[in-house]
Design a binder for this molecule. Structure first.
Ligand SMILES: NC(=O)c1ccc[n+]([C@@H]2O[C@H](COP(=O)([O-])OP(=O)(O)OC[C@H]3O[C@@H](n4cnc5c(N)ncnc54)[C@H](OP(=O)(O)O)[C@@H]3O)[C@@H](O)[C@H]2O)c1
Length: 319
């Protein structure tokens, strides 16, 4: 089993004890940290995976593994955490890749609902992303805003639509619009090497927004959404202080004690990655976690420098 972070707050853990929970995408960056917390809370965990051998290695012995939807439904889950999906930023968005990105989320969520309709879960927390809002230079978005345009926005809208249809079955539905997650590995893991070599720099003009969130807060919000019956609908999983790419870059340089003088030119990214560069790297959106704040959720990592240092395993100010 992977190392656990401190775990859920006691009132959340109590709520999850002995609850049969189905997790899709449980072997991923977020899911593999969620499972130890569910285990600690005493939940009965099942993971739907395409590769049970790898899942066993990643998650250990205490998790039940299933590889198809009928077997997942047979566990009669009372709660579902739906995290599965092919990596958005792993490869350029060719036509084939777009189809896979859609099918691995939209079709999978639809199939999950069909499989569970005989005995629907009490609650489903289904991943989405801040890409839902599209990109904008200066507008601020909360959960009350509608979907934007572009491939990522369209994908999120369709993905959320499939999740929301669980409400017709009587489930409480949470659509978690996740920001750029900072944790061990992940986005920061990919950025660390060039920055450590002194080759880091802002992307393009650097004014694009980055709505980041620490992994601990994504996990904390998943726990809150599972356990708190008052939570429903869209929830932005982003920290309360989004930053521009230039500020993000400067902060990463500060935490790593490295210069950040080499901007990555926009045309290089556009040439290499096309739309994907435009939507994921060269533009962004300023997204605020209004619902989480209104619900009284206390962010473990509200400020970027400390969040980054923690994610990189450094204490702030440490050389
Ligand atoms: N990390 C972020 O910064 C971030 C930001 C916004 C939104 N999100 C969303 O949150 C969810 C979880 O994020 P994550 O970073 O933990 O993702 P991840 O590390 O890429 O893991 C996703 C999991 O989905 C499953 N998967 C991969 N390709 C698949 C396919 N073609 N068909 C079906 N399942 C597939 C895999 O599980 P198996 O191999 O076991 O099947 C994988 O472990 C994702 O859907 C992601 O889009 C993440």
């Amino acid at each position: 089993m992977l190392e656990s972070n401190p775990g859920f707050a006691p009132e959340i853990a109590t709520h999850l004890s002995k609850v049969p929970i189905l997790v899709t995408g449980g072997t991923g960056f977020i899911g593999s940290r969620l499972l130890p917390m569910l285990e600690q809370a005493g939940a009965e965990m099942t993971v739907l995976t395409r590769d049970p051998g790898r899942a066993r290695r990643v998650l250990g012995e205490s998790v039940r593994l299933v590889t198809d939807l009928p077997s997942a439904a047979a566990t009669n889950p009372r709660a579902v955490v739906n995290l599965a999906g092919a990596g958005i930023a792993d490869r350029p968005w060719t036509e084939g890749r777009r189809r896979l990105l859609l099918d691995s989320r939209v079709a999978l969520t639809r199939g999950l609902r069909d499989a569970l309709k005989g005995s629907p879960p009490d609650v489903i927390v289904s991943a989405s992303a801040v890409g839902y809002y599209g990109t904008h230079a200066d507008q601020t978005f909360t959960e009350d805003d509608g979907p934007g345009s572009g491939f990522a926005a369209d994908l999120c809208r369709q993905w959320e639509q499939e999740a929301e249809a669980f409400a017709d079955l009587g489930s409480r539905v949470l659509r978690l619009r996740i920001g750029l997650v900072l944790g061990p590995g992940g986005l920061l893991g990919r950025m660390k090497l060039p920055f450590s070599l002194g080759l880091g720099g802002r992307i393009g003009h650097g004014r694009q927004w980055m709505s980041w969130v620490h992994l601990d807060d994504v996990l904390g919000l998943i726990g809150r959404c599972l356990a708190d019956d008052a939570m429903t609908g869209a929830v932005n999983a982003t920290a309360p202080e989004p930053v521009t790419n230039a500020d993000f870059t400067a902060t990463l340089g500060k935490v790593l004690h490295r210069p950040t003088i080499f901007p990555v030119p926009a045309f290089v990214l556009r040439t290499l990655l096309g739309d994907m560069a435009e939507e994921l790297l060269l533009s962004g959106a300023r997204v605020l976690p209004q619902r989480a704040l209104d619900s009284g959720y206390a962010f473990a990592w509200p400020a970027l420098e400390a969040a980054m240092a923690a994610a990189l395993g450094r204490s702030a100010g440490q050389p």
